[in-house]
Design a protein around this ligand. Sequence first.
Ligand code: NAP
Length: 430
Amino acid sequence: MADSVKVALLGCGTVGGEVARLLHEQADELAARAGAPVELAGIAVRRPDKHPELPQHLLTSDAEALVDSDVDVVVELIGGIDPVRGWLLSALDQGKSVVTANKALLAECSAELSEAADASGADLYFEAAVAGAIPLLRPLRESLAGDRITRVLGIVNGTTNYILSAMDETGSGYTETLEEASRLGYAEADPTADVDGYDAASKAAILASLAFHTRVTASDVHREGIGAIGAADIDAAKALGRTVKLLAICERVLDAEGGESVSARVYPAMIPRSHQLAGVNGAFNAVYVEADAAGELMFFGHGAGGSPTASAVLGDLIAVARNRVLGGRGPRESAHAQLPVRPMGKTPTRYHISLDVADKPGVLAQVALVFAEHDVSIAAVRQRDADSTASLVVVTHLAPDAALQSTVDDLAKLEVVREVISVMRVEGDD
Ligand SMILES: NC(=O)c1ccc[n+]([C@@H]2O[C@H](COP(=O)([O-])OP(=O)(O)OC[C@H]3O[C@@H](n4cnc5c(N)ncnc54)[C@H](OP(=O)(O)O)[C@@H]3O)[C@@H](O)[C@H]2O)c1
Protein backbone atom coordinates (compact mmCIF):
# COMPACT_ATOMS: atom_id res chain seq x y z
CA MET A 1 0.00 0.00 0.00
CA ALA A 2 1.10 3.56 -0.72
CA ASP A 3 2.35 6.00 1.93
CA SER A 4 -0.36 7.45 4.14
CA VAL A 5 -2.37 10.48 3.09
CA LYS A 6 -2.00 13.02 5.91
CA VAL A 7 -5.10 15.01 6.78
CA ALA A 8 -5.46 18.30 8.68
CA LEU A 9 -8.94 18.63 10.16
CA LEU A 10 -9.96 22.25 10.74
CA GLY A 11 -12.94 22.31 13.11
CA CYS A 12 -14.21 19.44 15.21
CA GLY A 13 -17.78 20.36 16.13
CA THR A 14 -21.04 18.80 14.92
CA VAL A 15 -19.66 17.63 11.56
CA GLY A 16 -15.91 17.53 12.28
CA GLY A 17 -16.47 15.40 15.40
CA GLU A 18 -18.25 12.76 13.29
CA VAL A 19 -15.56 12.88 10.61
CA ALA A 20 -12.86 12.29 13.26
CA ARG A 21 -14.87 9.41 14.77
CA LEU A 22 -15.47 7.68 11.43
CA LEU A 23 -11.85 8.15 10.32
CA HIS A 24 -10.77 6.38 13.50
CA GLU A 25 -13.44 3.64 13.60
CA GLN A 26 -13.26 2.75 9.89
CA ALA A 27 -9.54 3.29 9.37
CA ASP A 28 -8.84 -0.11 7.75
CA GLU A 29 -11.85 -0.01 5.45
CA LEU A 30 -11.13 3.57 4.37
CA ALA A 31 -7.47 2.75 3.73
CA ALA A 32 -8.51 -0.13 1.47
CA ARG A 33 -10.84 2.15 -0.49
CA ALA A 34 -8.37 5.02 -0.79
CA GLY A 35 -5.40 2.79 -1.60
CA ALA A 36 -3.42 4.20 1.35
CA PRO A 37 -4.00 4.84 5.07
CA VAL A 38 -5.88 8.11 5.62
CA GLU A 39 -4.13 9.51 8.67
CA LEU A 40 -5.37 12.33 10.86
CA ALA A 41 -2.26 14.46 11.33
CA GLY A 42 -3.80 17.27 13.39
CA ILE A 43 -7.08 18.80 14.52
CA ALA A 44 -7.57 22.56 14.88
CA VAL A 45 -10.32 23.81 17.19
CA ARG A 46 -10.95 27.16 18.84
CA ARG A 47 -10.76 25.84 22.43
CA PRO A 48 -8.62 22.66 22.71
CA ASP A 49 -9.37 22.41 26.47
CA LYS A 50 -13.05 21.77 25.63
CA HIS A 51 -12.24 18.55 23.75
CA PRO A 52 -11.12 15.86 26.24
CA GLU A 53 -12.66 13.24 23.89
CA LEU A 54 -10.07 13.87 21.14
CA PRO A 55 -6.44 12.59 21.00
CA GLN A 56 -4.71 15.45 22.83
CA HIS A 57 -1.42 15.18 20.90
CA LEU A 58 -3.31 16.05 17.66
CA LEU A 59 -5.07 19.15 18.99
CA THR A 60 -4.08 22.73 18.27
CA SER A 61 -5.73 26.12 18.21
CA ASP A 62 -3.38 27.27 15.45
CA ALA A 63 -5.19 26.31 12.24
CA GLU A 64 -2.77 28.29 10.07
CA ALA A 65 0.26 26.40 11.39
CA LEU A 66 -1.54 23.10 10.90
CA VAL A 67 -2.28 23.97 7.25
CA ASP A 68 1.40 24.83 6.74
CA SER A 69 2.62 21.60 8.37
CA ASP A 70 3.42 18.34 6.57
CA VAL A 71 -0.13 17.44 5.42
CA ASP A 72 -1.57 16.44 2.03
CA VAL A 73 -5.25 17.33 2.50
CA VAL A 74 -7.06 20.03 4.49
CA VAL A 75 -10.62 19.23 5.58
CA GLU A 76 -12.34 22.46 6.62
CA LEU A 77 -15.35 22.18 8.94
CA ILE A 78 -15.25 25.53 10.76
CA GLY A 79 -17.58 27.64 8.61
CA GLY A 80 -17.80 31.35 7.72
CA ILE A 81 -15.64 33.28 5.30
CA ASP A 82 -12.74 34.82 7.23
CA PRO A 83 -10.24 33.64 8.42
CA VAL A 84 -10.99 30.31 6.72
CA ARG A 85 -10.70 31.75 3.19
CA GLY A 86 -7.02 32.67 3.69
CA TRP A 87 -6.14 29.27 5.17
CA LEU A 88 -7.75 27.38 2.29
CA LEU A 89 -6.14 29.60 -0.37
CA SER A 90 -2.80 29.00 1.31
CA ALA A 91 -3.40 25.22 1.37
CA LEU A 92 -4.32 25.19 -2.33
CA ASP A 93 -1.33 27.39 -3.23
CA GLN A 94 0.88 24.79 -1.53
CA GLY A 95 -0.71 22.04 -3.68
CA LYS A 96 -2.68 20.58 -0.76
CA SER A 97 -6.17 19.38 -1.65
CA VAL A 98 -9.16 20.87 0.15
CA VAL A 99 -12.44 19.29 1.22
CA THR A 100 -14.99 21.67 2.71
CA ALA A 101 -18.66 21.81 3.71
CA ASN A 102 -18.62 25.61 3.83
CA LYS A 103 -21.46 26.90 1.61
CA ALA A 104 -21.07 30.53 2.72
CA LEU A 105 -17.42 30.53 1.60
CA LEU A 106 -18.08 28.73 -1.69
CA ALA A 107 -20.99 30.99 -2.59
CA GLU A 108 -18.69 34.02 -2.26
CA CYS A 109 -15.20 32.82 -3.10
CA SER A 110 -15.59 29.80 -5.36
CA ALA A 111 -13.82 31.51 -8.27
CA GLU A 112 -10.62 32.37 -6.38
CA LEU A 113 -10.52 28.98 -4.64
CA SER A 114 -10.96 27.18 -7.98
CA GLU A 115 -8.28 29.30 -9.62
CA ALA A 116 -5.86 28.52 -6.76
CA ALA A 117 -6.66 24.80 -7.10
CA ASP A 118 -6.11 24.91 -10.87
CA ALA A 119 -2.82 26.80 -10.51
CA SER A 120 -1.30 24.17 -8.21
CA GLY A 121 -3.14 21.10 -9.53
CA ALA A 122 -4.79 20.44 -6.18
CA ASP A 123 -8.33 19.13 -5.70
CA LEU A 124 -11.24 21.18 -4.34
CA TYR A 125 -14.24 19.08 -3.26
CA PHE A 126 -17.37 20.36 -1.47
CA GLU A 127 -20.19 17.81 -1.72
CA ALA A 128 -21.35 18.47 1.87
CA ALA A 129 -21.89 22.19 1.22
CA VAL A 130 -25.34 21.58 -0.31
CA ALA A 131 -27.97 19.15 0.96
CA GLY A 132 -25.79 17.36 3.56
CA ALA A 133 -25.65 13.62 2.92
CA ILE A 134 -27.38 13.72 -0.47
CA PRO A 135 -25.03 13.00 -3.38
CA LEU A 136 -25.97 15.99 -5.53
CA LEU A 137 -22.96 18.09 -6.51
CA ARG A 138 -20.97 15.15 -7.87
CA PRO A 139 -23.95 14.11 -10.09
CA LEU A 140 -24.25 17.71 -11.35
CA ARG A 141 -20.50 18.07 -11.85
CA GLU A 142 -19.75 14.62 -13.26
CA SER A 143 -22.70 12.35 -14.03
CA LEU A 144 -24.63 15.08 -15.88
CA ALA A 145 -21.56 16.69 -17.48
CA GLY A 146 -22.74 15.47 -20.90
CA ASP A 147 -26.30 16.73 -20.54
CA ARG A 148 -27.94 20.15 -20.66
CA ILE A 149 -29.54 20.97 -17.32
CA THR A 150 -32.51 23.30 -17.62
CA ARG A 151 -33.73 23.58 -14.04
CA VAL A 152 -32.78 22.77 -10.45
CA LEU A 153 -35.62 23.16 -7.95
CA GLY A 154 -34.94 22.27 -4.37
CA ILE A 155 -35.81 22.26 -0.71
CA VAL A 156 -32.31 22.82 0.65
CA ASN A 157 -32.93 24.17 4.16
CA GLY A 158 -34.25 21.78 6.78
CA THR A 159 -35.15 24.42 9.39
CA THR A 160 -37.53 26.32 7.14
CA ASN A 161 -38.96 23.11 5.74
CA TYR A 162 -39.66 21.89 9.27
CA ILE A 163 -41.43 25.17 10.10
CA LEU A 164 -43.54 25.28 6.92
CA SER A 165 -44.45 21.57 7.21
CA ALA A 166 -45.57 22.12 10.82
CA MET A 167 -47.61 25.21 9.87
CA ASP A 168 -49.30 23.21 7.12
CA GLU A 169 -50.03 20.32 9.46
CA THR A 170 -51.22 22.21 12.55
CA GLY A 171 -52.57 25.48 11.12
CA SER A 172 -50.45 27.43 13.62
CA GLY A 173 -48.76 30.78 12.93
CA TYR A 174 -45.13 31.48 12.01
CA THR A 175 -43.88 32.85 15.36
CA GLU A 176 -45.22 30.04 17.53
CA THR A 177 -43.98 27.40 15.06
CA LEU A 178 -40.48 28.93 15.02
CA GLU A 179 -40.46 28.90 18.85
CA GLU A 180 -41.45 25.24 18.85
CA ALA A 181 -38.76 24.45 16.24
CA SER A 182 -36.13 26.15 18.45
CA ARG A 183 -37.34 24.23 21.52
CA LEU A 184 -37.05 20.92 19.65
CA GLY A 185 -33.58 21.74 18.26
CA TYR A 186 -34.67 22.19 14.62
CA ALA A 187 -33.77 25.90 14.62
CA GLU A 188 -30.54 27.61 15.77
CA ALA A 189 -30.56 30.08 18.67
CA ASP A 190 -30.16 32.76 15.97
CA PRO A 191 -32.24 31.40 13.07
CA THR A 192 -31.66 34.40 10.75
CA ALA A 193 -29.47 32.58 8.20
CA ASP A 194 -32.14 29.93 7.77
CA VAL A 195 -35.47 31.79 8.02
CA ASP A 196 -34.31 34.80 5.99
CA GLY A 197 -33.10 32.52 3.19
CA TYR A 198 -29.36 33.31 3.33
CA ASP A 199 -28.39 29.66 3.77
CA ALA A 200 -30.59 28.57 0.84
CA ALA A 201 -29.28 31.45 -1.30
CA SER A 202 -25.67 30.30 -0.79
CA LYS A 203 -26.70 26.80 -1.85
CA ALA A 204 -28.61 28.14 -4.87
CA ALA A 205 -25.47 29.99 -5.98
CA ILE A 206 -23.43 26.78 -5.80
CA LEU A 207 -26.11 24.76 -7.61
CA ALA A 208 -26.58 27.34 -10.38
CA SER A 209 -22.81 27.60 -10.92
CA LEU A 210 -22.48 23.84 -11.39
CA ALA A 211 -25.69 23.32 -13.36
CA PHE A 212 -25.12 26.12 -15.86
CA HIS A 213 -21.29 26.28 -16.06
CA THR A 214 -21.42 29.92 -15.00
CA ARG A 215 -20.06 31.75 -11.97
CA VAL A 216 -23.01 32.66 -9.75
CA THR A 217 -22.42 34.18 -6.28
CA ALA A 218 -24.81 34.58 -3.34
CA SER A 219 -25.32 38.25 -4.23
CA ASP A 220 -26.66 37.20 -7.66
CA VAL A 221 -29.43 35.18 -5.99
CA HIS A 222 -32.77 36.91 -5.35
CA ARG A 223 -33.65 36.05 -1.74
CA GLU A 224 -36.84 36.16 0.31
CA GLY A 225 -37.33 34.36 3.64
CA ILE A 226 -40.36 32.83 5.30
CA GLY A 227 -40.91 35.44 8.05
CA ALA A 228 -43.91 37.00 6.30
CA ILE A 229 -45.77 33.69 5.80
CA GLY A 230 -48.89 33.52 7.93
CA ALA A 231 -51.64 31.00 8.54
CA ALA A 232 -53.75 32.84 5.89
CA ASP A 233 -51.12 32.04 3.22
CA ILE A 234 -51.05 28.38 4.21
CA ASP A 235 -54.87 28.28 4.14
CA ALA A 236 -54.94 29.97 0.73
CA ALA A 237 -52.52 27.34 -0.59
CA LYS A 238 -54.60 24.50 0.85
CA ALA A 239 -57.76 25.86 -0.76
CA LEU A 240 -55.99 25.52 -4.12
CA GLY A 241 -54.69 22.00 -3.44
CA ARG A 242 -51.20 23.38 -2.81
CA THR A 243 -48.62 23.60 -0.05
CA VAL A 244 -45.99 26.25 0.72
CA LYS A 245 -42.25 25.43 0.49
CA LEU A 246 -39.12 27.58 0.63
CA LEU A 247 -37.57 26.81 -2.75
CA ALA A 248 -34.15 27.35 -4.24
CA ILE A 249 -34.77 27.74 -7.97
CA CYS A 250 -32.05 27.77 -10.60
CA GLU A 251 -33.27 28.04 -14.18
CA ARG A 252 -31.98 28.51 -17.66
CA VAL A 253 -34.21 31.27 -19.07
CA LEU A 254 -34.61 31.91 -22.80
CA ASP A 255 -35.03 35.51 -23.89
CA ALA A 256 -37.01 36.72 -26.89
CA GLU A 257 -33.89 36.90 -29.09
CA GLY A 258 -33.03 33.25 -28.40
CA GLY A 259 -30.23 34.09 -25.94
CA GLU A 260 -29.99 32.40 -22.57
CA SER A 261 -29.55 33.68 -19.05
CA VAL A 262 -29.51 32.15 -15.57
CA SER A 263 -32.10 32.86 -12.92
CA ALA A 264 -31.23 31.96 -9.33
CA ARG A 265 -33.76 32.74 -6.63
CA VAL A 266 -34.97 31.70 -3.20
CA TYR A 267 -38.49 32.37 -1.96
CA PRO A 268 -41.49 30.66 -0.45
CA ALA A 269 -43.87 29.43 -3.13
CA MET A 270 -47.05 27.41 -3.49
CA ILE A 271 -46.52 24.05 -5.21
CA PRO A 272 -49.20 21.49 -6.08
CA ARG A 273 -49.68 18.83 -3.39
CA SER A 274 -49.13 16.28 -6.16
CA HIS A 275 -45.59 17.62 -6.89
CA GLN A 276 -42.69 15.35 -5.82
CA LEU A 277 -41.35 18.10 -3.53
CA ALA A 278 -44.69 18.58 -1.71
CA GLY A 279 -44.29 15.32 0.21
CA VAL A 280 -40.83 16.29 1.50
CA ASN A 281 -41.58 17.21 5.07
CA GLY A 282 -39.77 18.05 8.30
CA ALA A 283 -36.02 18.50 8.24
CA PHE A 284 -35.47 16.54 5.02
CA ASN A 285 -34.01 18.04 1.84
CA ALA A 286 -34.87 17.19 -1.76
CA VAL A 287 -33.70 18.55 -5.08
CA TYR A 288 -35.44 18.06 -8.38
CA VAL A 289 -33.33 18.37 -11.53
CA GLU A 290 -34.50 18.61 -15.13
CA ALA A 291 -32.10 17.95 -17.99
CA ASP A 292 -32.69 17.66 -21.75
CA ALA A 293 -31.59 14.06 -22.17
CA ALA A 294 -31.96 12.64 -18.65
CA GLY A 295 -35.42 14.13 -18.09
CA GLU A 296 -36.53 14.51 -14.47
CA LEU A 297 -34.34 13.42 -11.55
CA MET A 298 -35.03 13.64 -7.84
CA PHE A 299 -32.46 13.60 -5.00
CA PHE A 300 -33.75 13.10 -1.46
CA GLY A 301 -32.33 12.56 2.03
CA HIS A 302 -30.89 14.08 5.19
CA GLY A 303 -29.77 17.62 4.42
CA ALA A 304 -27.89 18.26 7.66
CA GLY A 305 -26.72 16.73 10.92
CA GLY A 306 -23.28 15.59 12.04
CA SER A 307 -23.30 12.04 10.79
CA PRO A 308 -25.13 12.54 7.43
CA THR A 309 -22.90 15.50 6.56
CA ALA A 310 -19.79 13.56 7.61
CA SER A 311 -20.77 10.87 5.10
CA ALA A 312 -20.48 13.40 2.25
CA VAL A 313 -17.21 14.81 3.66
CA LEU A 314 -15.66 11.34 3.89
CA GLY A 315 -16.78 10.52 0.35
CA ASP A 316 -14.87 13.59 -0.84
CA LEU A 317 -11.88 12.76 1.33
CA ILE A 318 -11.61 9.26 -0.13
CA ALA A 319 -11.89 10.66 -3.68
CA VAL A 320 -9.15 13.18 -2.97
CA ALA A 321 -6.95 10.56 -1.29
CA ARG A 322 -7.38 8.21 -4.28
CA ASN A 323 -6.35 10.99 -6.65
CA ARG A 324 -3.21 11.52 -4.54
CA VAL A 325 -2.39 7.83 -4.50
CA LEU A 326 -3.04 7.15 -8.19
CA GLY A 327 -2.07 10.58 -9.55
CA GLY A 328 -4.52 12.82 -11.39
CA ARG A 329 -7.20 15.22 -10.29
CA GLY A 330 -10.92 15.45 -9.82
CA PRO A 331 -13.02 17.74 -12.04
CA ARG A 332 -11.95 21.37 -12.35
CA GLU A 333 -14.30 24.30 -12.17
CA SER A 334 -16.43 24.52 -15.32
CA ALA A 335 -17.51 28.14 -15.90
CA HIS A 336 -17.09 28.32 -19.68
CA ALA A 337 -20.72 29.23 -20.47
CA GLN A 338 -20.57 32.59 -18.63
CA LEU A 339 -24.30 33.14 -19.01
CA PRO A 340 -25.61 36.48 -17.73
CA VAL A 341 -27.62 36.41 -14.50
CA ARG A 342 -31.17 37.59 -15.08
CA PRO A 343 -32.48 40.26 -12.67
CA MET A 344 -35.49 39.15 -10.63
CA GLY A 345 -37.76 41.84 -12.11
CA LYS A 346 -37.29 40.36 -15.58
CA THR A 347 -37.66 36.74 -14.47
CA PRO A 348 -40.94 35.10 -15.50
CA THR A 349 -42.94 33.95 -12.47
CA ARG A 350 -46.58 33.29 -11.58
CA TYR A 351 -48.52 34.80 -8.69
CA HIS A 352 -51.39 33.68 -6.53
CA ILE A 353 -53.20 36.75 -5.16
CA SER A 354 -56.04 36.53 -2.70
CA LEU A 355 -58.09 39.65 -2.05
CA ASP A 356 -60.92 40.76 0.17
CA VAL A 357 -63.09 42.86 -2.14
CA ALA A 358 -66.30 44.87 -1.79
CA ASP A 359 -69.46 42.93 -2.57
CA LYS A 360 -70.87 44.98 -5.43
CA PRO A 361 -71.25 44.81 -9.20
CA GLY A 362 -68.28 45.73 -11.43
CA VAL A 363 -65.57 44.74 -8.96
CA LEU A 364 -64.26 41.91 -11.07
CA ALA A 365 -64.01 44.19 -14.11
CA GLN A 366 -61.98 46.77 -12.14
CA VAL A 367 -59.63 44.10 -10.84
CA ALA A 368 -59.23 42.55 -14.31
CA LEU A 369 -58.41 45.97 -15.76
CA VAL A 370 -55.42 46.35 -13.39
CA PHE A 371 -54.00 43.02 -14.59
CA ALA A 372 -54.54 44.05 -18.22
CA GLU A 373 -52.81 47.41 -17.66
CA HIS A 374 -49.66 45.53 -16.62
CA ASP A 375 -49.97 42.99 -19.43
CA VAL A 376 -50.41 40.18 -16.91
CA SER A 377 -52.73 37.45 -18.08
CA ILE A 378 -55.02 35.65 -15.66
CA ALA A 379 -55.03 31.83 -15.51
CA ALA A 380 -57.87 31.35 -13.02
CA VAL A 381 -60.25 33.42 -10.89
CA ARG A 382 -62.32 32.18 -7.96
CA GLN A 383 -64.94 34.16 -6.11
CA ARG A 384 -66.36 33.61 -2.62
CA ASP A 385 -63.87 31.07 -1.36
CA ALA A 386 -65.67 29.08 1.32
CA ASP A 387 -62.38 27.93 2.91
CA SER A 388 -60.89 31.35 3.60
CA THR A 389 -61.63 35.02 4.22
CA ALA A 390 -60.77 35.86 0.60
CA SER A 391 -63.63 36.88 -1.61
CA LEU A 392 -61.52 36.87 -4.77
CA VAL A 393 -58.57 34.64 -5.67
CA VAL A 394 -56.55 35.20 -8.85
CA VAL A 395 -53.80 32.96 -10.23
CA THR A 396 -51.79 34.43 -13.10
CA HIS A 397 -49.95 33.01 -16.07
CA LEU A 398 -46.19 33.61 -16.31
CA ALA A 399 -45.24 37.30 -16.43
CA PRO A 400 -42.11 39.31 -15.56
CA ASP A 401 -41.88 39.51 -11.77
CA ALA A 402 -41.73 43.32 -11.83
CA ALA A 403 -45.06 43.48 -13.72
CA LEU A 404 -46.65 41.18 -11.15
CA GLN A 405 -45.33 43.29 -8.27
CA SER A 406 -46.71 46.48 -9.86
CA THR A 407 -50.06 44.75 -10.40
CA VAL A 408 -50.28 43.92 -6.69
CA ASP A 409 -49.31 47.51 -5.75
CA ASP A 410 -52.07 48.91 -7.97
CA LEU A 411 -54.66 46.38 -6.76
CA ALA A 412 -54.01 47.52 -3.19
CA LYS A 413 -54.83 51.10 -4.27
CA LEU A 414 -58.28 50.18 -5.67
CA GLU A 415 -61.15 51.43 -3.53
CA VAL A 416 -63.02 48.13 -4.03
CA VAL A 417 -60.10 46.11 -2.61
CA ARG A 418 -60.53 46.07 1.18
CA GLU A 419 -57.40 44.00 1.80
CA VAL A 420 -54.71 42.10 -0.08
CA ILE A 421 -54.81 38.97 2.07
CA SER A 422 -52.07 36.89 0.53
CA VAL A 423 -49.60 37.16 -2.34
CA MET A 424 -47.37 34.27 -3.18
CA ARG A 425 -45.53 32.88 -6.16
CA VAL A 426 -46.71 29.63 -7.71
CA GLU A 427 -44.19 27.03 -8.90
CA GLY A 428 -44.01 23.44 -10.05
CA ASP A 429 -46.96 23.29 -12.45
CA ASP A 430 -45.15 22.61 -15.70
N1 NAP B 1 -24.08 21.05 11.12
C1 NAP B 1 -24.59 20.62 9.97
O1 NAP B 1 -25.58 19.88 9.94
C2 NAP B 1 -23.95 21.03 8.66
C3 NAP B 1 -24.50 20.54 7.46
C4 NAP B 1 -23.91 20.91 6.25
C5 NAP B 1 -22.80 21.74 6.25
N2 NAP B 1 -22.33 22.23 7.44
C6 NAP B 1 -21.17 23.11 7.39
O2 NAP B 1 -20.08 22.49 8.06
C7 NAP B 1 -19.27 23.47 8.71
C8 NAP B 1 -19.15 23.14 10.20
O3 NAP B 1 -20.43 23.14 10.78
P1 NAP B 1 -20.68 22.56 12.26
O4 NAP B 1 -22.15 22.52 12.45
O5 NAP B 1 -19.89 21.31 12.47
O6 NAP B 1 -20.05 23.74 13.15
P2 NAP B 1 -19.75 23.72 14.73
O7 NAP B 1 -20.42 22.58 15.39
O8 NAP B 1 -20.03 25.10 15.21
O9 NAP B 1 -18.16 23.46 14.79
C9 NAP B 1 -17.24 24.43 14.39
C10 NAP B 1 -15.84 23.95 14.79
O10 NAP B 1 -14.91 24.93 14.34
C11 NAP B 1 -14.00 25.24 15.40
N3 NAP B 1 -13.50 26.60 15.23
C12 NAP B 1 -14.23 27.76 15.19
N4 NAP B 1 -13.42 28.81 14.98
C13 NAP B 1 -12.15 28.31 14.89
C14 NAP B 1 -10.89 28.89 14.67
N5 NAP B 1 -10.72 30.22 14.53
N6 NAP B 1 -9.79 28.08 14.63
C15 NAP B 1 -9.92 26.74 14.78
N7 NAP B 1 -11.11 26.12 14.97
C16 NAP B 1 -12.22 26.90 15.02
C17 NAP B 1 -14.80 25.07 16.66
O11 NAP B 1 -13.95 24.88 17.77
P3 NAP B 1 -14.54 24.61 19.26
O12 NAP B 1 -15.10 23.21 19.19
O13 NAP B 1 -13.36 24.68 20.15
O14 NAP B 1 -15.58 25.66 19.48
C18 NAP B 1 -15.63 23.82 16.30
O15 NAP B 1 -14.89 22.66 16.57
C19 NAP B 1 -19.94 24.82 8.39
O16 NAP B 1 -19.35 25.37 7.24
C20 NAP B 1 -21.38 24.44 8.10
O17 NAP B 1 -22.04 25.37 7.25
C21 NAP B 1 -22.87 21.88 8.63
